[in-house]
Design a protein around this ligand. Sequence first.
Ligand code: SF4
Ligand code: SF4
Length: 109
Amino acid sequence: MAYKITSKCISCDLCIDVCPTGAIKTVEGKRWIDPNLCTNCVGSVYTVPQCKAGCPTCDGCVKESLDYWESWFSTYDKLITKLTKKEDYWERWFGTYSQTFQQKLNAHS
Ligand code: SF4
Ligand code: SF4
């Protein structure tokens, strides 16, 4: 879910320059975050969302809340990622095990 700018925004424009993806724009005089460009700052050099971090207001810039199905898919994606990683783990484990086993067999032949 992207961040969004609320009615608490005081139009200070501090967030516009710090957004690493250029997602914050001015539309009809109001600041607006393009949800297609906002990455929540994930994958950037920043560890926290820059618009939220630098906003002088309390709730001028907030993360959009998930609705039921978005939340459901988000949990599903996380679980799938975990399972996929587990599969990778076992694939790697078997790969290493087979390699070591083959080396030992070769040493004795
Ligand atoms: S969370 Fe990051 S990418 Fe999204 S609008 Fe804010 S600064 Fe830009
Ligand atoms: S930093 Fe906060 S108050 Fe300033 S323009 Fe951005 S959302 Fe609005």
